[in-house]
Design a protein around this ligand. Structure first.
Ligand SMILES: Nc1ncnc2c1ncn2[C@@H]1O[C@H](COP(=O)(O)OP(=O)(O)OP(=O)(O)O)[C@@H](O)[C@H]1O
Ligand SMILES: [Mg+2]
Length: 143
């Protein structure tokens, strides 16, 4: 475990929740944790898309939802045929918006949409919001 994240294990390890600083290096550290979780859960088949999606969501939280003094939180939840990733941030005013990919960006959520079965943004308990995506094995369904 890196120093930047703290792990809270829930249930029989079906869910991993970790908190990260809004420093850029959190992206790589969170990716590493996801790889480990997927390996433990026998879900390496979806490692590539899941890691890409997580990278985009964490990068977005750090870039577009920075709130001084507030961390972000990742949660990985195992389903029978995939994983649900969520990245919580402390910014309630700004929300993810699908844009046409171009010079001004818009590639991150386009990638998330292409690689996930579904994705969305939910109100979070407490302050902020939760941006989530579900990645399933090919042909699989989420619950
Ligand atoms: N967690 C977030 N909080 C607030 N706004 C967000 C969040 N994630 C995305 N957004 C908004 O949605 C837009 C689209 O996100 P997207 O990731 O597709 O593009 P981008 O981050 O601007 O550029 P890039 O192509 O480098 O990812 C962002 O420009 C931003 O306005
Ligand atoms: Mg982005």
């Amino acid at each position: 475990m890196s120093g930047a994240g703290t792990a809270i294990r829930c249930g029989v390890d079906a869910r991993r929740v970790q908190r990260w600083t809004t420093h850029r290096r959190s992206v790589g550290l969170a990716r590493r944790e996801l790889r480990a979780a997927l390996a433990e859960w026998g879900l390496t088949a979806i490692e590539e898309p899941a890691v890409l999606v997580l990278s985009e969501l964490v990068t977005n939280a750090i870039t577009h939802a920075f709130v001084r003094g507030r961390d972000i939180e990742t949660s990985f939840c195992r389903g029978p045929q995939g994983v649900r990733l969520a990245v919580d941030d402390a910014d309630e005013r700004r929300h993810p918006q699908r844009r046409t990919p171009g010079e001004a960006g818009g590639r991150g959520l386009a990638l998330v949409e292409a690689l996930s079965e579904r994705w969305g943004c939910s109100v979070r308990r407490g302050v902020g919001k939760s941006v989530w995506a579900v990645i399933t094995v090919p042909g699989g369904r989420w619950l």
